[in-house]
Design a protein around this ligand. Structure first.
Ligand code: ZN
Length: 141
């Protein structure tokens, strides 16, 4: 098992897959789905275009700092989201990193999943830390 070159956590992809499965099967966990995806993507810039990364960081700010509910943002950004497949396009095989950061205050491996309450609190803390770290990054390729 090797540490992820992007977020620094071991086996983060397996964790992410496991958490998404939990979120889709249990609404209690699913309440923070928007944060899980945005925080994970922010820490894995090779999966995003430059524009996609900046949008992801902006979304996290809207969720966590401006406290906009995900439903509201979905409506507000409807046109954007409809064309989102283009904007958030996952990069093919090039794997080029938008940012070089690999040391994050928290990663998906800091999230505990024994019950929905703990899970939602931990995902929120992780997303908040990822946003704070992300906002300090000035070098974006
Ligand atoms: Zn990772």
């Amino acid at each position: 098992m090797t540490d992820c070159p992007e977020c620094g956590a071991a086996d983060c992809q397996a964790r992410f897959d496991e958490f998404l499965a939990l979120e889709f099967s249990d609404a209690g966990y699913g309440a923070v789905h928007h944060l899980t995806v945005a925080a994970y993507m922010l820490q894995h810039s090779s999966r995003l275009t430059r524009q996609g990364w900046l949008e992801m960081r902006g979304l996290l700010r809207e969720f966590l700092v401006e406290n906009k509910p995900p439903g509201f943002i979905r409506r507000q950004n409807k046109d954007k989201v409809d064309s989102g497949k283009r904007e958030f396009k996952i990069k093919s095989k090039t794997g080029e990193h938008i940012i070089s950061k690999s040391t994050w205050t928290k990663t998906i491996c800091d999230v505990r999943a024994e019950n929905a309450e703990v899970y939602c609190a931990d995902v929120t803390e992780w997303a908040r830390a990822a946003l704070e770290d992300g906002e300090k990054i000035s070098e974006i390729r």
